[in-house]
Design a protein around this ligand. Sequence first.
Ligand code: 0A1
Ligand code: ZN
Length: 879
Amino acid sequence: MKDAQPRAIYLKDYQQPDYWIETTHLVFDLGDESTRVTSTLKFHLNTSKKHDQLPPLELVGTDMELISVAIDGQVQTKEQYQISKERLILQPVFEQFETVIVNDIKPQENTSLEGLYSSSSMFCTQCEAEGFRKITYYLDRPDVMSVFTTTVIADKERFPVLLSNGNAIERKDLDNGRHLVTWNDPFKKPAYLFALVAGKLEFVEDTFTTMSGREVTLRIFVEPHNITKCDHAMVSLKKSMRWDEEVYGREYDLDIFMIVAVDDFNMGAMENKGLNIFNSSCVLARPDTATDATFQRIEAIVAHEYFHNWSGNRVTCRDWFQLSLKEGFTVFRDAEFSADMNSRTVKRVEDVNLLRSHQFVEDAGPMAHPIRPDSFIEINNFYTLTVYEKGAEVVRMIHNIVGKEGFRKGTDLYFERHDGQAVTCDDFVKAMEDANGVDLTLFRNWYSQAGTPVLDVTDEYDEDAQEYRLTVKQSCPATPGQETKKLFHIPLEMGLLDGEGEPMPLDKSGLTTKVLDIKQPEETFVFTGVDERPLPSLLRGFSAPVHLNYDYSREDLVFLMSYDEDGFNRWDSCQRLAIDIIMELVGKVQKGEELVLDSSLIEAFGKVLADDSLDKAMVAELLHLPSETYLAEQMEVIDIDAIHQARQFVKQSLAAALKDQLVAVYNELNIDKPYKPEADDIAERTLKNTCLGYLVELDEETGVQLAQAQYAGAGNMTDSMAAMSCLASAEHASSRPLAEKALQEFADKWAEDTNVIDMWFSTQAACHHNGLEKVKELMQHKAFDKKNPNKMRSLVGAFCGRNLVNFHDKSGSGYEFLADEVIRIDALNPQLAARLINPLTRWKRYDEERRELMQKVLKRIQQHELSSDIFEVVSKSLA
Ligand code: 0A1
Ligand code: ZN
């Protein structure tokens, strides 16, 4: 139990701490039942605050047993301190003093995966955001930065590898088969970046020579059976280190950089100083065990965590409201890295897809918050797409406003000014302003306001005056706690196309693309010397995270798809066309009318398939129909059955109309060659498997046969998984027994590989042929573990988040199931529960029957004793 009912905390209440911690020395004695932690902390008074007398020292700590506490060598009696479930309060008598605190914790019983816990045969930590307080009493807040020295003691046979942050400074054998290793991290850091790992681990090793010529040892630690799956992460790490030097001038600072893979982890990975801890699914890969998507995800996440060494660790956050300072910036950095390593346009398309289908939904829902929230009940609920992805879009807009060189000047100034400090989003913006002499006052509203702004664009052409006028209105819908909004500064990149599809000059300089700075509620931009009515290409490259409305006809969209010089907008026009057509069909499904596919989509897709000049990854993106989730967002009252039916109809009709082309492209790309996780090869496999995805929708065996042959002959996991999931989702009856056989063979072959089996679970859970019963059956499978986040996400998460028709079954069984799972998991791992519950929180968007069913289960959840995580999500979504 907590001290009290969960309460919100507010950014406006931020105050510096009363004391700073200079040095932190921790000794961990890892035992079979419990672990003894001895912490020696050197404090001094924060003299920048006014004090009449020495304030009490309030340390936070939960789930631990205090053994003893001493100040300056004086053991404190029970009368000299106060202790509660979450706090230890001491009364110092000097401005500088040292505490020695001894406490016991039980990592083996820690199911929350925060603090110190056990995973498989090892011990590991997760301290962001507030996990360190489960290890020992401390000032667990990011503005308290200290130099850490950590000694780990454990049985040498079972835990030969003992790791912590920084450099190893001592190793020693002790009595009773135990040993000790001491680590020192010379860089001041907040407690959330602390890490410890102990286990029987093996490692692969490499080196990296930094730009100033220092040699850094790189090690990736894994359980012995995973030692053959580290190469890709190592290559990705070295690429990231080089890129950060070349693009940002940032050099690595310690002698060693370590990564550890663990199977039980709440998130993707964690940037602990010099000792990154990764969810095994985000680091391990071999061509036969991981798909292209996994290879690319690993490259991006390894980069993300590495980049945090500067954007997060050397310069950290003052408080958790500033989370986007490190996350938005680092996501922007990793996105640019991925764009440089692969196809820039495809990366942009993927990111915008994620933003529009999920972050826009969050920003329009009950948990909507600014990228810098002004209050929260549970910080773990704010590791959101808004803070990460919209945060990255905000940084991208600054990049676009000040330009590439200006941005580098700004980041140089930011790192120079704030190295070793805990700072705010405003400090980042200020560095950008000061380095570039720009005024970002209005732009700052992006940090304080939630909701996705809307741009309504109209135009007029005056042939006599040869003038084209573009009028842009901005607005932003109300979000919880923010009824009215201030204006935003919105960079709108645009161009004009003539009747031949040629770019038109926008001014005398001959520029064909430019950024309009939208700063007013309504503004008209006049282009002169325009000798024919142009077609505007708007929001090029998705220059701002907004909804853009302009009344394009279907012909306009087909035209833009073919001619726009902006690759992103060619894709976006294709999406708009597909959305327009599918949504019209949704209306027809609802009215019970006959469905006919507009030939413009068939022609457009046919042209895309035939266009040899296009990057194959881009072709695959163009052929990808908008997701059910994104389509759902286009409806006031979501009708998921009609969306599913209309989308399937479009897919099947396209497959039938374009069968020959799809087969030809498939065959051309279906060549046997050694697997390489490189951009061109990935593009070929993606396009081939996209074609297969259409062909299995045919009302005949062609696609099923191709999928079966591909499954049987696949030389890598990408092709094998794609074929298996195509077989599983195929419409033709002949596919069912083949799918069953493939799924069984797959499970037999990969029974021992936990990450591969997760893909097997999620393929089935997300498949629209499978209802809740299948998920329940799979939860009984021997490889399933009801406590493991990856397993829960691959069954419960995939079913409720991706198998929309079945999750939203009218009986309400999906809702009841999710509520039961959330209640069960909340008692073990609140963070995981709070992520899984997400699909229930959008209940207001559904029809009355479903609304009531969802509301009913939310209220049922509310009756339980809840973590602050679930308490916040449920109460905000019912409000
Ligand atoms: N800072 C990490 C993400 C992260 C956040 C919280 C965690 O707690 C369970 C774990 C990881 C990142 O951005 O990669
Ligand atoms: Zn991050």
